[in-house]
Design a protein around this ligand. Structure first.
Ligand code: PRP
Length: 175
């Protein structure tokens, strides 16, 4: 397999994530220590993005994780989303932002939006590091997108191929 080709360099990711953090801080300027914005990272791919986004947000925030899997060790989605870890706390009445590494077909986000809406958050928005709009088969609203990318298989900055490459600093294409 050829070496990964850099698609989005670490410095560009850093700049854009800080912009998103500033935007979220502005949009959630009303939250308080008692009612912070609740960021939920989707495991595993989002943990690096969430770690950086968290530190770019200046309003009170709390964090939790939800685990789902649909790709396994393949390059294409199985189309079946499986919950691997549920939230530790209720989200009823909370301002929630679901944080994903990538919105591809939208199947995962669609599943998670349905699941979380049933728990009656006060509001629910979606943040994704990457979006592949041409791949979408589900109409999911992604409120904060760092980068829209073409339909190429990407790894790095949290994204994997067969559980490797997540620790690359850049988002790279695997050819
Ligand atoms: C990847 C990615 C998203 C989902 C996006 O998850 O992290 O959750 O696929 O694809 P979709 O829009 O087509 O549903 P994966 O199953 O690879 O798990 P991972 O996050 O643990 O790598």
């Amino acid at each position: 397999m050829a070496a990964p080709r850099v698609l989005i360099a670490a410095g560009d990711i850093d700049h854009r994530v800080r912009e998103l953090g500033a935007q979220i801080s502005q949009d959630y300027a009303h939250v308080t220590m008692e009612q912070p914005v609740f960021l939920i990272g989707v495991l595993k791919g989002s943990w690096i993005f969430l770690a950086d986004l968290a530190r770019a947000i200046s309003v009170p925030a709390r964090f939790d994780f939800i685990g789902v899997a649909s790709y396994g060790a393949e390059k294409t989605s199985s189309g079946q989303v499986r919950l691997t870890k549920d939230l530790d706390a209720p989200i009823e009445g909370c301002d929630v932002i679901l944080v994903e590494d990538i919105a591809d077909t939208g199947v995962t986000l669609s599943y998670l939006i349905d699941l979380l809406k049933r728990r009656k958050p006060k509001s629910l928005r979606i943040a994704a590091l990457l979006s592949k709009p041409t791949r979408r088969t589900r109409d999911v609203p992604v409120d904060y997108v760092a980068f829209s990318i073409p339909d190429e298989f990407v790894v790095g900055y949290g994204l994997d191929y067969a559980h490797t490459y997540r620790n690359l600093r850049d988002v790279c294409v695997l050819e």
